[in-house]
Design a protein around this ligand. Structure first.
Ligand code: HEM
Length: 147
């Protein structure tokens, strides 16, 4: 586990612009309960393996957990130190010793999330997509560094 990743990188202007776009769009998406339903419907439709991971999951509780997990992922991209320990916790729970979520599954998670944001965000465009990919990848890199 490299130490460089557990301190948010200094945020560039581009990072802050990406953060502002994502924070605004997530703000309106997260107000819609169907947003989290649609995300997991999309994500679990990706493969039988992903469906199996959630076979015994309390999905209402999982959707609540994801609501705050996503908020911390976005805060981390803005350099908020507070988010580091939250993401490190997810790194540990999602690691080999936890749910054993292999790093190659995260691009499917990112793809499902971006499609769901697009579905619930009328002004979603190429700049939005770039912003979401940049913001999500920072947190995913920290979480998977614990695998
Ligand atoms: C950055 C991406 C992700 C975030 C922010 C995230 C967030 C969360 C959160 C907040 C929980 C609740 C429990 C805990 O704190 O550990 C959780 C549980 C879980 N996540 Fe993730 N997750 C991510 C990626 C993934 C991926 C790619 C998979 C692949 C299938 C996955 C599978 C699971 C499973 C199986 C659980 C446990 C469900 C249960 O308790 O039955 N997660 N996740």
């Amino acid at each position: 586990m490299s130490t460089t990743l557990n301190t948010p990188n200094p945020t560039t202007d581009a990072d802050l612009q990406n953060y502002q776009i994502v924070n605004r769009q997530y703000g309106s998406c997260s107000l819609k309960p169907e947003f989290f339903d649609d995300f997991y419907a999309d994500f679990t439709s990706q493969s039988p393996e992903i469906r199996a991971f959630f076979a015994k999951t309390d999905m209402p509780a999982q959707k609540q957990a994801l609501r705050s997990g996503l908020a911390f992922l976005i805060m981390y991209a803005a350099g908020k130190q507070l988010a580091v320990s939250k993401l490190e916790h997810l790194g540990k729970t999602h690691s080999r010793g936890g749910y054993n979520i292999r790093p190659e599954l995260y691009p499917l998670w990112i793809g499902a999330l971006i499609r769901t944001v697009k579905k619930h965000t009328p002004d979603f465009d190429a700049t939005s997509e770039k912003a979401w990919k940049s913001v999500l990848q920072k947190g995913v890199d920290l979480i998977t560094s614990w695998y």
